[in-house]
Write a protein that binds this ligand. Structure first.
Ligand code: BDR
Ligand code: CA
Length: 318
């Protein structure tokens, strides 16, 4: 039986790739999509999401609009997805309209209506999910687990130590990780490894097949180099890797580890992952309390997961 999933997105080039996989993989039943401000404004996220689902031939999937801004701070769009969020890739408008109810109500209704516990896949700042879990904690028993793209056990991207989704709304991520929902972290440690080679993306972009063209164009989005100069090809499948982890979990190596979201100072938005094998002085002296552990993906067979991505979309691996 396919796994029932709901995606929470801020579409976004790589959210678009993730939506395409979730919409088309036979092992996944995409119950709906909730949108939140992040990579771009909420209106733009909703429009992009509707268009991507239409490109996937899945305009039947309901889409709901949620939070326009983080819980506390002002929204700060990402610079790496271009002003339209899709890196300039033009998609046809969708025949479908966004749902009339707020994403939080949509999530509550859809989760409770599912006959099987739902897997929540968070690919964006976790504002919608924090509001859901605070307003409607009754959903927790109906959620199988949360798989989230966010955080890092090593380097950051939005700041030296913080990953964008957690950095954009750290309070929301802290609420969600403390909610009691079993969590799986697909962070930058694996996110930054899974890519499609440039020659292959270019070949897809030049294909006669419409879906291949869209995927190739999205992968071809170039981002500014950290060293300045010309924008560089990365070919990362990004958020789509978190969705692929649902269908091929053995492609990743994980450990159950305490994760704390830092809320103050220069490290605000950092996910502090306790990788130590034994208690340190902080625990011995009662200075910190380790939270419920999170399953953290630390290693990935990157070619294997990239292969799952291409297979899911019916695209050649080379
Ligand atoms: C995350 O931030 C966004 O830019 C991407 O869509 C991804 O979800 C990576 O840090
Ligand atoms: Ca995203």
């Amino acid at each position: 039986m396919p796994t029932p999933v709901i995606l929470d997105v801020d579409t976004g080039v790589d959210d678009a790739l993730a939506l395409l996989v979730a919409a088309r993989h036979p092992d996944l039943e995409l119950l709906g999509v909730s949108c939140v401000a992040g990579n771009v404004s909420l209106d733009r996220v909703v429009e992009n999401t509707l268009r991507v689902l239409a490109a996937a031939g899945r305009s039947d999937v309901p889409v709901a609009a949620g939070a326009q801004r983080p819980l506390i701070e002002s929204p700060r769009a990402a610079t790496v997805h271009g002003t339209d969020g899709l890196g300039g890739v033009e998609l046809a408008p969708s025949p479908r309209q966004v749902e009339s109810e707020h994403a939080v109500e949509f999530l509550r209704r859809t989760i409770l209506a599912s006959t099987e516990p739902v897997t929540l896949v968070a690919l964006a700042p976790q504002t919608n999910l924090a509001l859901l879990l605070r307003m409607h904690p009754e959903v927790i028993d109906h959620v199988d687990r949360l798989v989230f793209m966010g955080g890092s056990a090593s380097v950051g991207n939005a700041t030296a130590v913080a990953e964008f989704n957690v950095w954009h709304d750290p309070e929301a991520a802290a609420i969600v990780l403390d909610s009691g929902v079993p969590a799986y972290m697909y962070g930058l440690d694996v996110f930054n490894a899974v890519a499609v080679e440039e020659y292959h993306a270019a070949r897809l972009a030049a294909s006669d097949e419409p879906l291949a063209r869209v995927v190739g164009a999205l992968l071809g989005n170039r981002v500014s180099s950290s060293h300045g100069g010309e924008p560089e090809y990365s070919g990362l499948i990004g958020d789509a890797g978190a969705v692929c982890s649902l269908v091929d979990p053995d492609a990743l190596g994980t450990r159950l580890l305490p994760v704390h979201v830092e809320l103050a100072g220069r490290a605000r938005g950092q996910t502090v992952v306790n990788l130590r094998g034994r208690p340190g002085e902080d625990l011995a002296h009662g200075l910190v309390v380790d939270r419920v552990p999170v399953e953290v993906a630390l290693t990935v067979d990157a070619p294997r997961l990239a292969g799952v991505f291409l297979d899911s979309l019916g695209l050649p691996r080379s």
